[in-house]
Design a protein around this ligand. Structure first.
Ligand code: GLY
Length: 400
């Protein structure tokens, strides 16, 4: 009798285990994609309505007092909200989303003449670049070409890179994030007869490969050069990471994403190998959590209690989905599987905001600038942008 009872008990435990396993497996990637994109439409429609009442500005994050923080068009994140609206228009075909995408893209136009830092690619390629992809126009092309000229005005031949910032203790700082601005230049090289765009982009990518990366293919955040001394490396350090020698999570994500599109645009196998090397550093890292949302820095001091960075996960997911198509099969499958886990986690209640909450941003729990104690555990427009992009990339890849 006793053993019958034990058998029945074990059997019920097994049934419960199988039921819960099949329940979690039952959430298909199609549902994940639909939930994420439908929520994005709710949140960003509401966001656009709020921003309609704040002329000339773009959303940025939430301040510690819980209110919405906005930015001027020349702040590096200005293009992400229009970029999200373009993806959502592409997803839904909704006329109202098209109108809002066009309206908020217009707000960023002045960036075409901006030369105050390197972020012109972020600002213009996500807004006008997506606009030109989904609703091509000569005006959008003209803005992108003018912006590309502004961007290459920050390039110095003696260094071989575009200068990122004009502030700080460095002579000629180049940050790993700067890789992201090259996508605009590759576009411009194909839509103009100016050979300078591709030359600058390739020189910057190759120089960065040479000087930003460590033997394990993690990257420094800031490499500073000395233009007056033959462009020699002056110093390798961090601005947003835990330490000069640490692996700041978003920096690793920018590098991964950057070399992946460098390969797409040039088919130079050197870029593919670099993207794979960075991917291997990330996916094999012993401190990448099981749910694949990285801590804000792979070397943060209080892991496993360190804060996570949803923005880094979203950028990585988008890059992994693309890289999975170029990498050898077994590696490609691994990258796609990491991206799937990232998208599942980001689409859970832990990260995805409930409708009407989170000041209408989509994702919670990103981290902007830990050393300056700014934007800690907040929503950020770029987390939302790369999350939506990753959902769309996955949907297109799998034809869902
Ligand atoms: N480009 C600045 C950042 O990633 O925070």
């Amino acid at each position: 009798m006793k053993s019958n009872f034990r058998l029945a008990f074990c059997f019920s435990i097994l049934v419960l285990f199988l039921l819960s396993f099949s329940a979690s497996a039952a959430v298909s990637m199609k549902s994940v994609i639909d939930i994420g994109l439908k929520r994005a439409i709710i949140q960003y429609t509401a966001m656009a309505n709020v921003m309609d009442t704040i002329p000339g500005k773009l959303p940025k994050t939430i301040l510690p007092n819980g209110t919405l923080q906005v930015s001027k068009p020349t702040w590096w994140t200005s293009g992400f909200m229009p970029g999200v609206l373009w993806y959502l228009y592409d997803y839904s075909g909704d006329k109202q989303l098209l109108i809002q995408a066009q309206n908020f893209t217009d707000r960023v136009e002045c960036v075409k003449d901006y030369t105050g830092d390197h972020d012109i690619g972020f600002m213009l390629y996500c807004s006008f670049g997506n606009g030109n992809k989904f609703k091509p126009s000569q005006h959008y092309k003209d803005v992108l070409l003018k912006g590309s000229e502004s961007l290459i005005s920050r390039y110095k031949e003696s260094v071989g890179c575009i200068q990122s910032w004009d502030f700080g203790p460095w002579k000629y700082p180049v940050i790993i994030d700067n890789m992201m601005n090259l996508e605009l230049l590759f576009w411009a090289s194909k839509h103009s007869d100016n050979p300078q765009f591709a030359k600058v982009a390739n020189s910057h990518a190759l120089k960065t490969m040479q000087n930003h990366f460590r033997p394990d293919f993690s990257s420094y955040h800031v490499v500073s050069y000395d233009p007056a001394n033959g462009g020699k490396v002056e110093r390798k350090s961090t601005a947003q990471g835990y330490s000069d020698s640490s692996a700041w999570a978003r920096g690793q994500a920018w590098g991964l994403y950057g070399y992946t599109f460098c390969y797409r645009e040039t088919k130079n196998p050197v870029y593919l190998q670099q993207a794979i090397n960075i991917a291997e550093f990330i996916v094999n890292h012993p401190r990448l959590p099981k749910d694949k949302i990285p801590y804000w820095d792979f070397d943060a001091p209080n892991i496993p209690y360190a804060l996570r960075d949803a923005s880094a996960a979203a950028i990585m997911a988008s890059a992994f989905i693309e890289l999975s198509q170029y990498a050898p099969k077994s590696k490609g499958e691994k990258y796609l599987s990491v991206a799937e886990t990232q998208l599942r986690t980001l689409t859970s209640d832990e990260y995805l905001a409930q409708p009407g909450t989170n000041q209408n941003f989509l994702l919670m729990h990103s981290l902007g600038h830990m050393p300056e104690k700014k934007e800690i555990d907040v929503p950020l427009t770029y987390a939302d942008y790369y999350y939506v992009e990753a959902l769309m990339r996955y949907r297109n890849l799998k034809k869902l």
